[in-house]
Design a binder for this molecule. Structure first.
Ligand SMILES: Cc1ncc(COP(=O)(O)O)c(C=O)c1O
Length: 483
């Protein structure tokens, strides 16, 4: 049986005190969520045994590693789940996923957002079928591109767009453009951020100073030479760092979703925009996760005014694709910058980007899947889920909290609200979270392996939400010491 090495957590997790969080997260809770360690260990061991009992075929086929793959899986993140070995998926449709052992799950992970609109949405399936016989990639546009360009403009408000294959790529390319047009070297990130495997964002604050994130493999350069880091919601620090005049771009998720979720405080986004404008730095809003907020993402829902916008993951209904857009001013400056360059590779683009299949899938997703009606359903059920989980926490007097951004819901095993990345990292309770995830999975509810994130899709049903609430209650009740 393979032994997972979950990296839910990084080495050097800050202590609560080190966040200068004015004591809002009681020290005594530390990283156990206030639960006695022996209860957590007991739950985890019992659930491990139950998982093994329920997954004999997955154990036989893949439990000792799938031959041919380094670490026994096609992509090493597949080992980041809490189970002793991954199960093999047989099929998934809508919000239901089945494994080769015949177990069925209500899927609230949804490919960690890649399938946020449910598995295989029928309009996307039809578009893929239609395109499948006409060639999949030719490095030339199709008629779908004509419709897609207009859809992107109308949906997100940016006049100029490019297509990439992953949100990582979209962010990398957009940052390159920001540097080119401002002629400045640095990127400013918020502590605790994640924007994909984008080198210059792999920095964090340690004792108030920027440092390369620990755990980076093969890191040959000091990433802090290209980055500035401040805490989310700290406008004074932002102003101070922008005053150096070397920041090309601030890259931000409008809500921090890649640690325990952190909401912007009132006035933060207005301040962020005002300060970036007055410092001559561009603002890139990464909507890859916060597209859960509504059809035009958090940006449209809250009238933000970024210079660059990135959307990835679910934008093509599960087919790999991402988009990055920019304003008229950025486009003009980009053209000027390009005109001054000698011929050669721009450092932007990959061969399969904007392939015919992804264009077709994106058009179908925007036209028929990411509809206001779909979002209304997602929003309503996510609100039901959030309040149901909140009720459970109150019932068992657990000092945790629940956060929601549209269709994205998270329970956090510490009091809230959290104010910044440091507090968010300190609020993680890795052993506890792992045990809860596995226990929920054994009860037929799949949530994201990273954080305690749950997504509600257009295909999610009220009864699935009720079942998740019930499973959560049955898991936390013994942890909390209820008889
Ligand atoms: C906000 C954000 N941006 C970008 C990415 C990178 O997406 P991908 O892994 O599809 O490149 C992620 C991935 O989780 C993300 O959360």
């Amino acid at each position: 049986m393979s032994v997972n090495r979950p990296h839910l957590h990084e080495p050097g997790q800050p202590t609560i005190e080190s966040c200068q969080s004015s004591g809002r997260i009681p020290v005594t809770l530390s990283s156990m969520g206030g639960i006695r360690p022996e209860r957590i260990a007991g739950l985890f061991e019992a659930e491990r045994a139950e998982y093994v009992r329920k997954h004999p075929r997955s154990l036989q086929l893949a439990g000792r590693g799938i031959a041919g793959f380094y670490a026994g899986v096609p992509m090493h993140w597949m080992l980041d789940w809490p189970m002793p070995y991954p199960f093999l998926v047989d099929e998934a449709r809508g919000s239901v996923l089945r494994d080769v052992d015949g177990n069925e799950y209500s899927d609230f992970c949804l490919g960690d957002t890649g399938s946020m609109f449910g598995h295989s949405p029928q309009p996307v399936v039809r578009a893929i079928r239609h395109q499948a016989d006409r060639g999949l990639t030719y490095m030339l546009p199709t008629e779908d591109a004509i419709a897609l360009g207009r859809l992107l403009q109308q949906r997100f408000g940016m006049p100029h767009w490019q297509v990439a294959t992953t949100a990582t790529d979209a962010n990398r390319f957009a940052l390159r453009v920001a540097r080119a047009v401002t002629r400045r070297p640095k990127v400013l990130v918020f502590n605790g951020c994640y924007h994909g495997t984008v080198d210059e964002t792999f920095v964090r604050l340690v004792d108030g100073r920027p440092s390369n994130r620990p755990g980076l493999l093969g890191q040959a350069t000091d990433l802090t030479s290209l980055a500035r880091v401040v805490e989310f919601n700290d406008l004074a620090a932002l102003e101070r760092e922008l005053a150096y005049g070397d920041v090309a771009c601030v890259i931000a998720e409008p809500v921090m979703t890649n640690s325990c979720m952190v909401l912007p405080e009132p006035g933060f986004h207005q301040g962020l925009r005002r300060l970036t404008r007055s410092a001559g730095a561009l603002l890139l809003i990464d909507e890859t996760h916060t597209i859960s907020s509504g059809p035009g993402g958090y940006t449209r829902a809250h009238a933000l005014e970024p210079d660059l916008l990135v959307v990835g993951k679910p934008i093509a209904g599960g087919v790999p694709a991402s988009v990055w857009g920019f304003t008229e001013e950025v486009a003009r400056a980009l053209t000027e910058a390009r005109d001054q360059l000698p011929p050669g590779h721009s450092g932007i683009g990959t061969t399969l980007s904007a392939n015919a299949l992804s264009l077709a899938a994106m058009r179908a997703t925007l036209e028929q899947v990411m509809t206001p009606e779909a979002y209304a359903h997602m929003d309503r059920l996510a609100a039901t889920l959030a309040s149901g989980l909140g009720d459970v926490l109150r019932e068992f007097r657990l000092p945790w909290h629940v956060v929601r951004v549209g269709a994205r819901v998270e329970f956090i095993c510490a009091p809230g609200p959290l104010r910044n990345g440091c507090e968010a990292e300190a609020a993680h309770a890795p052993a506890l979270e792992r045990a809860i995830h596995l226990a929920l999975l054994n009860r037929g509810c799949l949530i994201a392996p990273f954080h305690n994130m749950m997504l509600v899709a257009p295909s999610t049903t009220q009864s699935q939400v009720e079942a998740l609430r019930g499973a959560f209650e049955s898991v936390v009740s013994p942890l909390a010491g209820a008889p």
